[in-house]
Design a protein around this ligand. Sequence first.
Ligand SMILES: C[S@@+](CC[C@H](N)C(=O)[O-])C[C@H]1O[C@@H](n2cnc3c(N)ncnc32)[C@H](O)[C@@H]1O
Length: 255
Amino acid sequence: MSTTSSQLSPSTYDPIAEMYHALWADWYFSSAVPALEGLFFSHVSTGQRVLDVCCGSGHVTKELVRRGYNVTGVDASAGLIAIARREMPEVDWRVGDVRQLGIHGGYDAALCTFDSLNHLTDPSDLVLAFRSVYAALDPGGWFCFDMNLDEAYQVDKQQWVVEVHDTRVSMIRGTYDAETREVETELMWFIREPDCDLWKQQSSRIQQRSYSQEEILRALSEAGFQKLEAVPGEEAGVTQGMGIGRLFVTAQREK
Ligand SMILES: C[S@@+](CC[C@H](N)C(=O)[O-])C[C@H]1O[C@@H](n2cnc3c(N)ncnc32)[C@H](O)[C@@H]1O
């Protein structure tokens, strides 16, 4: 890695790392698995070296490990990486920025799930990220990721969505500016401490940006990727409404 964890600015995921891990990240993989079967797992053989970019606390990484890949997980949030390391100490976890991974070859494939690349709010950063992943791949390396298009954020109506359970309350509010294509998601969780009436709170605001399919494919080409394929989430088999406005993309580093 060219960037050490102490050089990275704190991630907006750090203040909510524990609750994000326990209450939010879990539902992505179960709905995305049909798409990942067709667009990633069927192209990458067991035992190959896989870079899980923007891996969070490792919900998808865990599945890569279970399937026998040799995995490195990289994420900008030191808080999420600490949880991932706690849960799966045997995995190679690194705190790093996708725009400057500083890895030069060694990986057969890279995966970046759950609209992580929408967190890059400047279009020039998207090209930097693709260049950085390209550099980490060996010739012929396979890259698969998903990103949200405009349609996914149109449902954000600036209204709090509240879920109340006996021991936890979650409040999520999304705001989307269709002019600037900026997205802000406010996340707030309250968890009741066991056997008492004390509630712990964690909250944060996460910034994202929507990109069009054309912008994404152009940025990939600029970074050198070839054999680009884009499949809408629902067509790729994503379930539970998670496919709406979500684009799955595959690309290859030249052989
Ligand atoms: C919605 S989470 C997805 C996590 C994981 N891929 C999954 O599927 O569970 C988005 C992740 O992107 C990470 N992220 C955002 N910007 C990043 C950057 N510039 N470099 C590396 N990771 C980043 C966040 O820290 C967060 O863990």
